[in-house]
Write a protein that binds this ligand. Structure first.
Ligand code: FAD
Ligand code: MG
Ligand code: MG
Ligand code: MG
Ligand code: MG
Length: 546
């Protein structure tokens, strides 16, 4: 057979997805994904588009199931039971993985600069550049010390698997040291004073796990020193778990009181030295210092240095967190997406767009909206501005029509002034999504689905967003679905706050908690290991070697 390069016959003979219509090999777009945590792993897990060449860069070759991390600190669960190696997924999907850390993003040249982990001291570290067509940033965040002196040096964090193991060793170590002969009572008390800083879910859960360990195990293993142990939980605000329903906060505070955990609210840590932790009491302004044996720091998260540097480059230097639009595209630069704890969605205000919305709704340019005009845009408005739905729900209104009616009385025609007035309060319901695994994994899944449909959407540029010139985006914006919040409180009790104002506290919630988080991301291997850890602990107690 003789044929020219561009003949249709060639296309038939070489019916190959890797050739384009002219018979030329398609150059696949290179997607570089930074991170293998909740958002990154979820993105990779749902990405199914053969037209991308996917490169993953992460210093960690496994996914970590963070909700069970506090249980690793006291040996209820083994660290290896809650990690999932990513190599399996990478192979299955035909992706590539490099174990390295991205240290610089160069958005203007579409390049990243990476450094391999400082493994062998003989070889030293390797540095290399990697270019990308599309960059997906899913690097998470780092613990925030608020520049409190001494924290980096003396406190423990609880973020990575390694941290949990370090804490576990340190707790046991404190007990062994306190059991040495020739110590005064004061010295034993100091060594066995455990201080947890931060009354958010992680700090509370860790305190609860530590308390369980003291009650269930220490009493048997270290009976002589048990009386000297003390747990202090420091919180700068008025209450612990302040993002939860008041009932849960109250329950947790009471339970901690009963358990003998020393809860100090309104105390802000101002410094940590090798022996003492100093707090400032908000009411009196007094600074109090107390000796401690171990401090665990869990006061929230901040941006990683590589992200701070990137924000400077793209004109986001003034912001606290990297901002994306509702499609998870980083604002101020091209072809870069960010998801999970690294970023926050910069939600648009209805009031910013109100004139455009009105104009779009007003078919026939009459200057007023009738019922039909209105119905034409209601769905889009709710889709584009999640705060509208929250506002309606809060005010027990069925839909925007009811909102208008309350502003406009019986009149069915609405002019722009009335329209503005009716929607004037909705932006008050805007809030940032929390930095949770739930949000991160949903964002990963959402973005993967967008990537899976990318070509189709490029061919059919008519999207659901018909106003404000957003038609070109073609995808629905990201919408978060909240399945509930959980706060394990120790003693096999968990507080659950589910959508619809449903609060439940007790033993059954403990199981609900685990089943909610053990989503598709967790393999049967992980589930089996965790369940056998639980069974082992039930039968034999926790492992107290370090
Ligand atoms: P991460 O999961 O932190 O992943 C970041 C990834 O990026 C990691 O693989 C990391 O190695 C990698 N990385 C870091 N730096 C770089 C770099 N420079 N270059 C390349 N890669 C990099 N959320 C809940 O919803 N429910 C819970 O019960 C819950 N419990 C928690 C308990 C603890 C102890 C902790 C610490 C967190 C908990 N969270 C929980 C929060 C949840 O873990 C985070 O919100 C979630 O991990 C965020 O996902 P992410 O993908 O943004 O970041
Ligand atoms: Mg990630
Ligand atoms: Mg993770
Ligand atoms: Mg994180
Ligand atoms: Mg976020």
């Amino acid at each position: 057979l003789v044929y020219t390069d561009s003949s249709p016959l060639r296309r038939i003979l070489h019916a190959d997805a890797t050739l384009d219509a002219d018979g030329q090999p398609i150059k696949k777009k290179k997607v570089v994904v930074l991170g293998s945590g909740w958002s990154g792993y979820s993105f990779l897990n749902y990405l199914n588009n053969p037209n991308y060449d996917v490169q993953v860069v992460s210093p960690r070759n496994f996914f970590l199931f963070t909700p069970l991390l506090p249980s690793v600190t006291n040996g209820t669960v083994e660290a290896r039971s809650i990690v999932e190696p990513i190599r399996g997924l990478i192979r299955k999907k035909g992706f590539e993985y490099t174990e390295a850390e991205c240290v610089k993003i160069d958005a203007s040249n579409k390049k990243i600069h990476c450094r391999s982990k400082d493994g062998s001291s003989l070889k030293g570290t390797t540095e290399f550049d990697m270019d990308y067509d599309i960059l997906v940033i899913a690097v998470g965040a780092k613990p925030n010390t608020f520049n409190t002196p001494g924290v980096e040096e003396h406190a423990y964090f609880l973020k990575e698997a390694e941290d949990a193991l370090n804490i576990r060793h340190s707790v046991i170590d404190c007990f062994e040291r306190a059991s040495l002969p020739n110590l005064t009572e004061e010295e034993r008390k100091k060594i066995l004073h455990f201080v947890v800083v931060g009354g958010g879910p992680t700090g509370v859960e860790f305190s609860a796990e530590l308390h369980d360990f003291l009650v269930d195990d220490v009493a048997k293993i270290y009976p002589k020193v048990q009386e000297f142990t003390r747990i202090t939980l420091l919180e700068a605000g008025d209450h612990i778990l302040n993002m939860f329903d008041k009932r849960i906060t109250a329950f947790a505070e009471e339970k901690f009181q009963r358990d003998g955990i020393d809860l100090k609210t309104g105390s802000m840590v101002v410094g940590v030295t090798a022996d003492e932790i100093s707090t400032k009491e908000r009411e009196t302004g007094k600074i109090v210092s107390e000796p401690y044996g171990m401090v665990v720091w869990s006061t929230g998260i901040g941006s990683r240095p590589v992200i701070r540097d990137f924000m400077q480059q793209i004109g986001q230097g003034q912001r606290r967190v990297l901002a994306t639009d509702e499609w998870l595209r980083v604002e101020g630069c091209d072809s870069v997406y960010a998801l999970g704890d690294t970023a926050t969605i910069n939600q648009r205000r209805v009031m910013e767009d109100i004139a455009a919305i009105f104009k779009k709704a007003d078919t026939g340019d009459t200057g007023t909206l009738n019922k039909k005009d209105f119905n034409g845009v209601v769905k889009d408005i709710c889709q584009r501005y999640p705060q509208v739905e929250l506002y309606l729900k809060k005010n027990k209104l069925k839909n925007i029509a009811h909102l208008l009616k309350s502003a406009n009385g019986e009149d069915t025609q609405v002019n722009i002034e009335k329209f503005k007035q009716a929607l004037s309060e909705v932006d008050s319901q805007m809030k940032n999504l929390p930095a949770t695994a739930q949000v991160a994994s949903q964002q990963g899944k959402y973005l993967a689905k967008c990537f899976n449909r990318m070509e189709k959407c490029e061919k059919k540029p008519e999207g659901p967003l018909r106003f404000r010139g957003e038609g070109r985006h073609r995808f629905q914006p990201f919408r978060y679905r909240h399945f509930g919040s959980f706060a394990p409180l120790g003693g096999e009790q968990t507080a659950a706050e589910l959508p619809g104002d449903w609060v439940s506290i007790g033993h059954s919630s403990q199981w609900l908690w685990y089943s909610v988080y053990a989503s598709k991301l967790v393999s049967w291997r992980t589930r089996t290991l965790v369940i056998s850890d639980w069974a082992r602990r039930f039968v034999f107690g926790r492992d107290s070697s370090s």
